[in-house]
Design a protein around this ligand. Structure first.
Ligand code: PBG
Length: 327
C-alpha cells in the first residue's frame, strides 16, 4: 500500500478537524487557586518574585475568593502568614489563627467555594522547617512523631473552622494516618484529605518561600522531602498515603515530574492533583514580561500538558488568568 505524503496532516488541516480530533480538554473546573493570607485590613501586598500574586488580608481574600468563584474556579487552597512565628509553630493550630479565621470567613461569605487548607508548620515556625526541630548528632533533626501531633492538631483546628479539605504538605511519615484518625476522633469524618504525597525537595519552591516568608533558617528540607532523581520512592509515598486514608493524592512540583503524574494516574484510582508551583509560575511571568514568551499560549499549553499527563486537578497561580482565557 502506498500513502500520500499528508497521511497525518490531513486531520490537522482545518480548525474544525482539529477541534474534532482534540484529545485533552482543559476546563476552569480543573483549577485550584492558591491564596496567601496575612493580617491587616484592606491589604494587598504584591509578592516581588511572583508578579500578579499577593499577600491578602482576610477581607481581601474574601473578595478574591468571590471573584474566583464567579469565574468558575471551584476551589482555593489557603496558606497563612502569621503575624508572629515561634519554635513550635503555634500559629498553625491556634483557634484564632490567621488561617482558621480566613477559612471561617470565606466559608460564610462564599459558601459554594471549596476551601482547602495547607497543613504544615513551616509558615509558622521561626526556624522555617516543616516540623519540630531538635538537636541531634548531625546538628539538627526534624522530629517525625512530635511533628505528627502538631500537624493533626492543625488539621482538626482547620476542620473546626469549616475547611472542606486539609492538605498535609510537611512530608512527615504517617501524617495522613495521624490526621485521618484525629479528624475522625473529633467528629470530622467528612473532612477530606488531599495529601501532598510525592513532594520533591525542589528549587522551584523559591518564590513561595518569599511569599510565605518561610525559608528554612538553617539546613534544607532534603531529610524529609523527596530526591528529584527518585521514582519508586514517589510510588511508595502515594501507596502509603492511599492506605492511610488520602482521598486525593498530589505530585509536586508538576513540570519536571510529569512522568510521576502519569505513573500515579495509571497505578491508583484516587483523584490525582498536581501543584504547578511558584517557581514554575515565576519563570513564565518573567519571560512573558520580557516579551520572550506569549503568556496566554504558554500557560494554556502547560496546563493542558499537565492534564494530558494525567492530573485531574491542577493547583496553579495561573488559575485566575487561565479562567479568563478559558471562558
Ligand atoms: C509548605 C509548602 C510549600 C509549598 C506548598 N506548601 C513550601 C515548601 O515545601 O518549601 C510550595 C508551593 C510553591 O512553591 O508554590 N511546606
Amino acid at each position: 500500500m502506498s500513502f500520500p505524503s499528508t497521511r497525518l496532516r490531513r486531520l490537522r488541516k482545518t480548525v474544525g478537524l482539529r477541534r474534532m480530533t482534540k484529545e485533552t480538554f482543559l476546563g476552569v473546573e480543573d483549577l485550584v487557586a492558591p491564596l496567601f493570607v496575612r493580617s491587616g485590613r484592606r491589604t494587598r501586598k504584591e509578592i516581588a518574585s511572583m508578579p500578579g500574586q499577593y499577600q491578602l488580608s482576610i477581607d481581601e481574600s474574601v473578595v478574591e475568593a468571590e471573584e474566583l468563584y464567579e469565574m468558575g474556579i471551584p476551589a482555593v487552597i489557603l496558606f497563612g502568614i502569621p503575624a508572629k512565628k515561634d519554635k513550635m509553630g503555634t500559629g498553625a493550630y491556634a483557634a484564632d489563627g490567621i488561617i482558621q479565621k480566613a477559612i471561617a470567613k470565606i466559608r460564610t461569605s462564599v459558601p459554594e467555594m471549596t476551601v482547602i487548607a495547607d497543613v504544615c508548620l513551616c509558615e509558622y515556625t521561626s526556624h522555617g522547617h516543616c516540623g519540630v526541630v531538635k538537636k541531634s548528632k548531625d546538628g539538627f533533626e526534624v522530629d517525625n512523631d512530635a511533628s505528627l501531633k502538631l500537624l493533626a492538631k492543625t488539621a482538626v483546628s482547620q476542620a473546626k473552622a469549616g475547611v472542606h479539605i486539609v492538605a498535609p504538605s510537611a512530608m512527615m511519615d504517617g501524617q495522613v494516618g495521624a490526621i485521618r484518625k484525629a479528624l475522625d476522633d473529633a467528629g470530622f469524618k467528612d473532612t477530606c484529605i488531599m495529601a501532598y504525597s510525592a513532594k520533591y525537595a525542589s528549587s522551584f519552591y523559591g518564590p513561595f518561600r518569599d511569599a510565605a516568608e518561610s525559608p528554612p533558617q538553617f539546613g534544607d528540607r532534603a531529610s524529609y522531602q523527596m530526591a528529584p532523581a527518585n521514582v519508586r520512592d514517589a510510588l511508595r509515598e502515594v501507596e502509603l498515603d492511599v492506605e492511610e486514608g488520602a482521598d486525593i493524592v498530589m505530585v509536586k512540583p508538576a513540570l519536571a515530574y510529569m512522568d510521576i503524574i502519569r505513573l500515579v494516574r495509571e497505578i491508583h484510582d484516587v483523584p490525582v492533583a498536581c501543584y504547578n508551583v511558584s517557581g514554575e509560575y515565576s519563570m513564565v511571568k518573567a519571560a512573558a514580561q520580557k516579551g520572550w514568551l506569549d503568556e496566554k499560549e504558554t500557560v494554556l499549553e502547560i496546563l493542558t500538558g499537565l492534564k494530558r499527563a494525567g492530573a485531574d486537578m491542577i493547583l496553579t497561580y495561573h488559575a485566575k488568568d487561565a479562567a479568563s482565557w478559558l471562558s
